[in-house]
Design a protein around this ligand. Sequence first.
Ligand code: NAD
Length: 340
Amino acid sequence: VSGRLGSTGLGSYDGGQGNWIGGKVGRVPAGIGRRRMRIVVTGGAGFVGSHLVDRLVARGDDVIVIDNFFTGRKQNVAHHFGNPRFELIRHDVVEPILLEVDQIYHLACPASPTNVMGTLNMLGLAKRIGARFLLTSTSEVYGDPLEHPQKETYWGHVNPIGVRSCYDEGKRTAETLTMDYHRGADVEVRIARIFNTYGPRMCLDDGRVVSNFVAQAIRKEPMTVYGDGKQTRSFQYVSDLVDGLMALMEGEHIGPFNLGNPGEFTMLELAEVVKETIDPTATIAFKDNTADDPHKRKPDISKAKELLNWQPKVSLRDGLPLMVADFRNRILNQDEGKAH
Ligand SMILES: NC(=O)c1ccc[n+]([C@@H]2O[C@H](COP(=O)([O-])OP(=O)(O)OC[C@H]3O[C@@H](n4cnc5c(N)ncnc54)[C@H](O)[C@@H]3O)[C@@H](O)[C@H]2O)c1
């Protein structure tokens, strides 16, 4: 079938080489002389997705972004418009979609049950076309952990009926579906459990603590600390996460892998770093804690270090200023926008 364009879903046509590649695709290791791949990034107009897209496009792959702009923004990927290797599809992953690709990075995820439907549709697509599927799960699958730091072997301590359960349990279900498709339908899968990540293009008002503090300090509002501020979190810079996701996708191991920065900060310490970086006169306002707020969260990343040869490189003090510059710009524009 050499020279045939298009695909039957059983293999794919490698236009560059003029060869028909039968059977499963997406198993070509990265490196010198590797075949250019077609890659879907669901949620590619979001914070993490858009940084991942930048890296994949720079590597020379064909990238298709699927996004419904629920929390993502067209501006995050606008610099790729006009590049023939880049395509943006406005689509809700709750509806099935038919595409012919080698790899699927599944990041689209509103905090609602549609999480599960989107994952199911993307796994269905991966099965049909023999693509490798990567799920971006979350440290929230550990709930309010009784084990510290959290290893991948820990099963978690999650409230199934709490206000945060929709997200936590949705991701846990997504992990289950991913493993079932692997075992039952032989889909090549990868699972990343992402810990708090920050960086440019993050949603301004999504309630995550780093973006909250930074936006508040820039707007000269007090930084809101819930509870006593002694709960800890770890913060990973987005380029480290993208390195980890790509190493996972290209590697041999299914996971799950914790991808996070093990450096642990209390909320009060984080507020202090934000103060130093943005405004030494910034103040803190204490508020009652939200329900089911985990007390401690810190990844054990030994597994990713050993098997993916990955570890984060960017410290909070180095990463934060990179995010602040982007936030200043956007807040200024947003606030100006409101004034008109
Ligand atoms: N950023 C973090 O700290 C963090 C931590 C843990 C897990 N994660 C996971 O990583 C992934 C990316 O997170 P992010 O921080 O970039 O969030 P984000 O909200 O910036 O990105 C999600 C993207 O998915 C899109 N989307 C949502 N619902 C959709 C739907 N039904 N159909 C199509 N597109 C849809 C949104 O418009 C957005 O562009 C998510 O799966 C998230 O759960 C992120």
